[in-house]
Design a protein around this ligand. Structure first.
Ligand code: ATP
Length: 455
C-alpha cells in the first residue's frame, strides 16, 4: 500500500484527477502559466465569487455592481501611470539562470528594494533562492502590460493593452455611477473580472498566471472616514476568508514598506497565505488616496469628484480591497486538502470544503444500478435545481471515497429499503457517520446545510 503525504505534487495531481484544474493547452504540450478549470473547479469558483459578492455588496455597506471592459483606451493607462510605472524589476542568477523579481529575493534582507542593484546583491552576499550561488545579472525592468493588436479597420491597427487590474474600469465610470444611482458618499463599487499581466516569473501552479480573475472593490469615502473604513474592510476581508473555509492561522497581515508600495498607493496591507511554497500575497487592501480620480480628471478634463455642503468640489478617498479568484481557490483547496489514515490502515483523500463552497452539496448514489431509475425519479426530482451529483457505478465504499476526494459533503444512498420506507441514508463526509432521512425531508435538510459553513 502506497502512503500519500500532503505536498504540492500530490495536491496538484489530485486536483487534475478529480477535475478541478487542468494544464492549459495540455494536449499540445501545455502553454506555460495557463490553467483550465474543470467541472469541480469552475463550480467552486462560481461559489467563491457569489459568496464574495453577497458578503460585500448585499450587506450593510452601500455597494454597487460593475462589469467594465477588458479593453480600455490607451489614454486610461497613460493617465493612471500603468504605461510608465507598472513594471517588475528582475534579476537573473548567472549560475542556474532562474529569474526573480528583485523584491522576492531581497525582501528579507533590505527594506528599500528600489535602490538595490546587482552589485548591491553581490556585496551583501544575497544567495539565489534556487541554487544558493551569489552571481547576479544587472536588474532589468519589464512592463507587465499585455499588448494586443486592435484594428479599427483593416488598414489601421493600434497596439492597445488588456487591463492589468479591474479597478480602472470603475474610476473612469465614476460619473456614470454617481449620476445613475444618485448616491452619496460613502459608497463602493464591486467588480469581478479577468485581468492580464505579462508576468515574467510564473510558477507555483495557479498562484501567479498571466491571465487571472480579480474581485475588487473601490470604496469611495470622505477623508475623515478613510482610516475607519480601511479597518472595517480589513475585517470584512478576513471574515470572507473564514466563510470560504480558509483557516485564520493560515493568514498573516503584512504592512508594505514605503518602497514596496505601488505607484498609486499611500498604504497597503497584504493578506498573506501560508502556501506550501512560502507565505505570499493572497489579497491586498490599498489606500489609493485620491490618486486615480485626480489623474483621470486632469487627463480627461472631466470632474470626477463630489460636492460638499458648501458646494465645493472635492475628490473622495479610495480604499481598495483586491482579491485574486485563483489564489483564493488555491488557498481554500490547500487548507481543506486532507490525507487521512483510517482505522483499517487505508488512506482516504478528503477535501473538507464547507458545503456553501463545495462544487456539489451532495451525491445521490443508488446502492445498485437496478435502483437507478427509482433514485432518479424519487430523489433527484425532490432535489431539483440544487447542485447534486449522481453516480451509480462501482461499490458503495469506492463511491464514498470518490465523493470525499471531490469534496462533496453528503452522500445520499438509495437502497432496497428506500423503495418501501421512502427514506435514504445520508453519510457525512467528515465524520463518515450515517443517518436515515425521509425523502420528503431531504430538500430542506440539504438546502439548510448548503447555507451553513460547517457540516
Ligand atoms: P504580487 O506581488 O503577487 O505580484 P500584486 O501585489 O502585484 O501581487 P495586486 O496588484 O495587488 O497584486 O493585485 C490584487 C490581487 O490580484 C492579488 O492580491 C492577487 O490575489 C491577484 N493577482 C495579482 N497578480 C496575479 C497573477 N499574476 N496571477 C494570479 N493572481 C494575481
Amino acid at each position: 500500500m502506497k502512503f500519500f503525504e500532503k505536498n504540492m505534487e500530490n495536491f496538484t495531481t489530485h486536483l487534475k484527477n478529480v477535475g478541478y484544474v487542468f494544464q492549459g493547452s495540455e494536449i499540445y504540450g501545455g502553454l506555460s502559466s495557463t490553467w483550465d478549470y474543470g467541472d469541480l473547479g469552475a463550480r467552486t469558483i462560481k461559489k467563491i465569487k457569489d459568496i464574495w459578492f453577497s458578503h460585500f455588496a448585499d450587506g450593510d455597506l452601500n455597494i454597487f455592481a460593475m462589469d467594465s471592459s477588458v479593453l480600455l483606451s490607451n489614454d486610461v493607462w497613460r493617465a493612471s501611470g500603468h504605461i510608465n510605472s507598472f513594471e517588475d524589476v528582475l534579476v537573473e542568477c548567472k549560475n542556474c539562470h532562474k529569474r526573480f523579481k528583485i523584491e522576492h529575493i531581497s525582501k528579507k534582507t533590505v527594506a528599500n528594494t528600489k535602490n538595490i542593484d546587482a552589485k548591491w546583491l553581490i556585496e551583501n552576499t544575497v544567495e539565489c533562492n534556487n541554487c544558493k550561488k551569489k552571481k547576479w545579472t544587472l536588474p532589468k525592468k519589464f512592463n507587465l502590460m499585455f499588448k494586443v493588436k486592435y484594428s479599427k479597420n483593416n488598414n489601421d491597427v493600434d497596439d492597445i493593452y488588456l487591463r492589468p487590474e479591474t479597478a480602472q474600469g470603475i474610476f473612469i465610470n465614476f460619473l456614470n455611477i454617481v449620476n445613475s444611482t444618485s448616491t452619496k458618499l460613502p459608497f463602493g463599487v464591486a467588480q469581478i473580472g479577468k485581468s492580464f499581466r505579462n508576468e515574467v516569473t510564473t510558477s507555483n501552479f495557479i498562484f501567479r498566471t498571466k491571465e487571472f480573475e480579480q474581485m475588487e472593490i473601490e470604496w469611495f469615502c470622505e477623508e475623515k472616514d478613510a482610516e475607519r473604513y480601511f479597518l472595517i474592510l480589513l475585517d470584512k476581508m478576513k471574515s470572507f476568508f473564514e466563510m470560504v473555509g480558509i483557516k485564520e492561522e493560515s493568514l498573516t497581515v503584512y504592512k508594505q514598506t514605503e518602497s514596496e508600495l505601488a505607484h498609486y498607493s499611500t498604504k497597503t496591507y497584504d493578506i498573506l497565505f501560508n502556501y506550501a511554497f512560502g507565505s505570499l500575497e493572497l489579497a491586498g487592501l490599498a489606500d489609493r488616496g485620491t490618486y486615480d480620480l485626480e489623474v483621470h480628471s486632469k487627463a480627461s478634463k472631466s470632474q470626477l469628484g463630489m460636492k460638499n455642503e458648501k458646494n465645493e468640489w472635492f475628490f473622495p478617498r479610495v480604499i481598495e480591497p483586491s482579491f485574486g479568484v485563483g489564489r483564493t481557490l488555491l488557498s481554500v483547496l490547500w487548507d481543506n486538502f486532507h490525507i487521512e489514515t483510517l482505522e483499517d490502515k487505508t488512506q482516504r483523500i478528503v477535501l473538507k470544503l464547507p458545503p456553501s463552497i463545495a462544487p456539489y452539496v451532495a451525491s445521490v448514489l443508488p446502492l445498485s444500478k437496478k435502483l437507478g431509475s427509482n433514485a432518479k425519479e424519487e430523489v433527484m426530482k425532490v432535489l431539483k435545481f440544487l447542485p447534486i451529483y449522481y453516480e451509480e457505478t462501482g461499490s458503495i465504499g469506492k463511491r464514498y471515497r470518490r465523493q470525499d476526494a471531490k469534496g462533496i459533503p453528503f452522500c445520499i444512498t438509495y437502497d432496497f429499503d428506500s423503495v418501501s420506507d421512502q427514506a435514504v441514508t445520508v453519510r457525512n463526509r467528515d465524520t463518515m457517520k450515517q443517518e436515515r432521512i425521509k425523502i420528503s425531508d431531504l430538500r430542506s435538510y440539504i438546502a439548510d446545510k448548503m447555507h451553513n459553513y460547517d457540516i
